[in-house]
Design a protein around this ligand. Sequence first.
Ligand SMILES: [Zn+2]
Ligand SMILES: [Zn+2]
Length: 170
Amino acid sequence: MNVVPLFTDRKEASTLWHDVINWWLDSSIKIRFVEIDDEYWFIMGSDSQRPESNFSFFKVLSKSENYERFKKGHGGEAYLRLGVYANKFLKDVKHDALCNCGHAAEDHDKSDNDLCLYEECKCKKFSTFQITLLKRKKTITDIAFLEEKNVKDDSLAWNCLNTNKFSKFV
Ligand SMILES: [Zn+2]
Ligand SMILES: [Zn+2]
């Protein structure tokens, strides 16, 4: 299964890969999922040979079906790839591209602010969420799911929560 941290800026994702993740040995990469109520902290890090790339990355996300599927199905191994996401509008896509409302681009009216033509649909403007995966990948085998009360036994998760839990996070 894939683990795909998402970025809005392709350059930011490529730079993070090039400067940091690239230097991580696959076997040294750890990912942690710390569940706190309806959210989880995704934490990724490595102890590499280059101190400047000993960096950890985290994001606080809402639990989702994808998350539960990964939790049940990863089998101790996952591919790490970075993803870049963008919202595309009617002018950016082909006629058969699907809108977030579930209807195709050609069912939206260019002459009426890209409104969806299906009567029962509330969509006022075509928009679709697209993810591009960067090519490079790493294989991660050190994967753990933790509850907040167990975090102190895990140095990566513990350091991350200590440093960031009470600071501002966007
Ligand atoms: Zn739509
Ligand atoms: Zn629609």
